[in-house]
Structures are given as structure tokens and as C-alpha cells.
Design a protein around this ligand. Structure first.
Ligand SMILES: Cc1cc2nc3c(=O)[nH]c(=O)nc-3n(C[C@H](O)[C@H](O)[C@H](O)COP(=O)(O)O)c2cc1C
Length: 347
């Protein structure tokens, strides 16, 4: 099978598997259940005045939320990206595009990426490419080309060693990545964001990434979609299933990396298994600037279209609002100040 066909086929299989719950972590959670909010019985917050509008990538968004990078580059992805763009545009939130690697192979599926700007001309959009492509590049002109293709406001580079390790014909080769990343940050005309895909980023790895000059980190922690699981299922469980649950829980990553804000200037995206308003609220309270989700959004889109996605995300923010009221937080800045307690301290 030729390379372009196999990239599109892989994407098709990723979508099919992510529409099921078979690809969830088995015995590891995102860790948010280990925290409780500190109920504040003397709240004076005016809930009607809580406003989530925030600046992101030089644009104003109505909620600090990103639909995580998912798809593009296969026949079925055009319709998915169209509907995701409609939802993101309606809510005025940010949207990530799936890996644009396929767009470098040929132009056959360029429309599947470009369609986003047709339906969402003004929201912040993130381009996407893998670290295993970056290390092979001698020049970064192709990355700038991908940015321009979708008029991206930032480029998200995914680091996914676990997935590459377990993927049939994967490319688990990242030697020289940090140096290449630093160069990319210097030549690209938009900010660079680094993201995992579900195994999380530790504080010490984040320090090295931030030293390259990246503008943002999306932890994409463990506890939601297991990309080891996705690749093992694609390969009929022919592989090392012990790695299904590998990774650092989302809550741990957010807490670790948010403490680096004293030393570095960057924005922190909290994601990995966020599937309700309480988890989203805990991500903010632990220090995330922006919340994000992937698989639950895809599943909601499939069940109830763009309107369903808008309903889901706006309901989550209604829950966040109630929690802010009950913890005495008038805005997200207040909310990030010691509003959580670890559960074991309560008993
Ligand atoms: C169908 C699907 C396709 C994805 N494709 C990509 C991709 O191309 N590039 C990327 O950086 N992340 C990709 N991801 C990973 C997500 O952006 C996200 O980091 C990860 O799934 C964890 O979030 P979740 O637990 O909310 O699903 C994909 C996720 C899903 C569900």
C-alpha cells in the first residue's frame, strides 16, 4: 500500500475506534477525583457577573476552551472538521486541527483541513504536526506552508513516543528534537504549542520544552483516551498490552506545570479525559488557563451534531460557574487560588 493511502487509512481507523469507549484507560484515571472543592459558605459572588471571555492567541474567545486536535487528511474527516468548525464558531472557542502530515504528502485532502476556515473564519485555530516529522526536516518551510494552509494562529506539535512505539510502522525516533524545536520556534511566524496525546507531560520535561521558547503547553494527560489502546486495537491486540495505561494523570501534570508559571511566560492547556464540568473546573483550579477535550467531543458530534457539542460545552461552563460561586471565586484568577483540597485531608 502506498504511503499516502496508509496515512488516510490510519486516520479513518483512529476515528472509528475513538467513537467507541474501548479506547479508554482501563485502571488509571485523570486523578481529578482525588480533589474536592473547598466549599465557601459565606460566598458573596454575583453568579450573574461571572464572565469567561478571555484573550487567546491575540483573539477574544467566549470561553477558555479548545476542541483538541483530531482530524483531517482522510475522506471522512472533511465532514467532521466542518461540523467541529460550526460548533467552535458558534461558541466562539478555539479549535485544533488533526495532524497535517497527510497534507505534505499530496493535495488530495487539503480541503479536509481548509474547510475549517470556511465555517470558522475568525476563531483561534491550531495547526498540527508530529515531533517525529519535525526531527526529519532540514528546513521548516513545510511547517509554515501548513500554517498558511489553514491560516493557523499557532502550530501545535504533538509529542507521542508511546503511540509511535506501539503503532505498526510507527516512528519512535526523536533524537535531536529539542534543538529542532528551538529552531522551529525561531523561524515560524506563529507561536508554537507543544502537546502530548494522552500520556501527559512532567514538570521536568516542561522546563526543557519551555527553554526552547514555546508559547504554550497542552498536558494531554492520562485518564482519557489511551493512544496505546488505540494502536493495540488497530493491531488486533498484537503488541505489549502492559502499556495500555502508561502515562501521567492529567491532574498531576497540570499541577506540576502550573507551578512553572513563576519562572516562564506561557499558557497552560489542561486536557486528558475532561468529560464533565467538574473535571473542567478542577483543571482551572489546578492552574490551567484553557481547558480542552477530544474524544468526548467527537462522540457528541456523532450523536447530536454541532448543536450537541455547543450544548455540552456551555453546560460544562454553567457547572464551572456554580462551582466558582460555591467557592467564592468571582473570576478564574481567584478560582486558581487554593480552592481545592486533596480528599485525604478531609477525613
Ligand atoms: C479521533 C482522535 C484523533 C486525534 N488525532 C490527533 C492528531 O492528529 N494530533 C494530535 O496532536 N492529537 C490527536 N488526538 C489527541 C487529542 O488531541 C487529545 O490530546 C487526546 O485524545 C486526549 O484528550 P481526550 O482524553 O479528551 O480524548 C486525537 C484524538 C482523537 C480522539
Amino acid at each position: 500500500m502506498s504511503q499516502p493511502e496508509s496515512t488516510s487509512l490510519r486516520k479513518k481507523e483512529h476515528i472509528e475506534l475513538c467513537l467507541t469507549n474501548e479506547v479508554a484507560f482501563k485502571n488509571k484515571t485523570n486523578g481529578f477525583e482525588n480533589y474536592e472543592f473547598l466549599h465557601y459558605p459565606i460566598t458573596e459572588v454575583d453568579i450573574s457577573k461571572i464572565n469567561f471571555q478571555t484573550g487567546f492567541l491575540k483573539k477574544k474567545i467566549a470561553y477558555p476552551f479548545l476542541i483538541s486536535c483530531m482530524t483531517g487528511g482522510s475522506a471522512e474527516s472533511e465532514n467532521i472538521n466542518e461540523r467541529l468548525a460550526i460548533a467552535a464558531n458558534q461558541l466562539n472557542i478555539a479549535l485544533g486541527i488533526g495532524s497535517q502530515r497527510q497534507a505534505l504528502e499530496n493535495a488530495e485532502y487539503h480541503r479536509t483541513y481548509k474547510i475549517i476556515r470556511q465555517y470558522a473564519p475568525a476563531i483561534p485555530v491550531l495547526g498540527n504536526l508530529g515531533a517525529s516529522q519535525i526531527v526529519l526536516m532540514k528546513s521548516f518551510k513545510p511547517v509554515q506552508y501548513l500554517v498558511d494552509l489553514v491560516e493557523a494562529d499557532a502550530m501545535a506539535i504533538h509529542i507521542n513516543p508511546l503511540q509511535e512505539l506501539l503503532q505498526r510502522h510507527g516512528q519512535p525516533f526523536f533524537k535531536g528534537f529539542l534543538k529542532k524545536l528551538e529552531k522551529l520556534v525561531n523561524v515560524l511566524d506563529v507561536p508554537v504549542i507543544i502537546k502530548e496525546v494522552g500520556a501527559g507531560i512532567s514538570g521536568s520535561a516542561a522546563v526543557k520544552l519551555l527553554r526552547t521558547g514555546v508559547s504554550g503547553i497542552d498536558v494531554a494527560g492520562a485518564g482519557g483516551t489511551s493512544w496505546a489502546g488505540v494502536e493495540l486495537l488497530r493491531n488486533k491486540l498484537n503488541g505489549d498490552t502492559e502499556f495500555w495505561d502508561w502515562g501521567l494523570p492529567t491532574s498531576y501534570c497540570i499541577k506540576e506545570i502550573s507551578s512553572l508559571k513563576k519562572r516562564f511566560n506561557f499558557f497552560l492547556i489542561g486536557s486528558g479525559g475532561i468529560s464533565n464540568g467538574t473535571d473542567l473546573a478542577k483543571a482551572f483550579a489546578l492552574g490551567a488557563d484553557i481547558g480542552a477535550s477530544a474524544r468526548i467531543i467527537l462522540q457528541t458530534l456523532e450523536k447530536s451534531e454541532a448543536d450537541g457539542v455547543c450544548g455540552l460545552i456551555s453546560n460544562w461552563f454553567e457547572t464551572v460557574k456554580k462551582i466558582m460561586f460555591l467557592t467564592g471565586s468571582q473570576n478564574l484568577k481567584d478560582f486558581r487560588k487554593k480552592k481545592l483540597v486533596r480528599k485525604e485531608k478531609l477525613y
